[in-house]
Design a protein. Sequence first.
Length: 217
Amino acid sequence: MHNRWSLAAALAGLVLLAALPARPSATQLTGHQQVGALLEGLRSRVPDAAKELGWLQNAVPRAGAIPADVMQGLQDLHDAAIAAEKLPDADRQRFLQLAKADITVKAEYCRKHPQGMAALVDVTVHTWQPGTEPRVEAKQWNVVYLSAPMAVFPDRKGKPFPGFSSPSMRALPPGNYVVWAEDPADPTRRGPRKEIQVGDPSRPVNAGVVADILIAK
């Protein structure tokens, strides 16, 4: 009799568990929930930017799609913050400084923009021949960009702008970036890197960014 009651109780417990709502996995979260989770994860890993991350959490729109580039940029920064914990102390501190600066740009711009965390900024990059006067614009080069905090990791590869220069154009989430030109026939042949800020809160919210970079000699 005791075994029969134990079996009945176990079956009843399984029925109750099956009736409970499943905890959503990361892939089941909505875009807004994923953004919130990534920002919360960054709060613990970049504590000096906790205030700015709180502003960004308040800037997540309640409706509408979150652009894929915004999602991927936050995911990359979150993953890099985890990887930075294994860097030498000097490199880790450098990453945290760059991450805070990047997050600050995002927070100040997204607080001002009506689309909040869904905001993107149009970026136009011109490529130029080095050492020429007057300047000569260079054509048929790849423009590559990388979030500035990622530049601490020597193995991080940049992402290309669509099409060849010049100019090359792409909409990017606000933040700090490193851009450079690569020879499409030989990607190891690169021009010097240049840091740019995408999203200046002191300018009109829809103002784009124009940058000039040199190709390799």
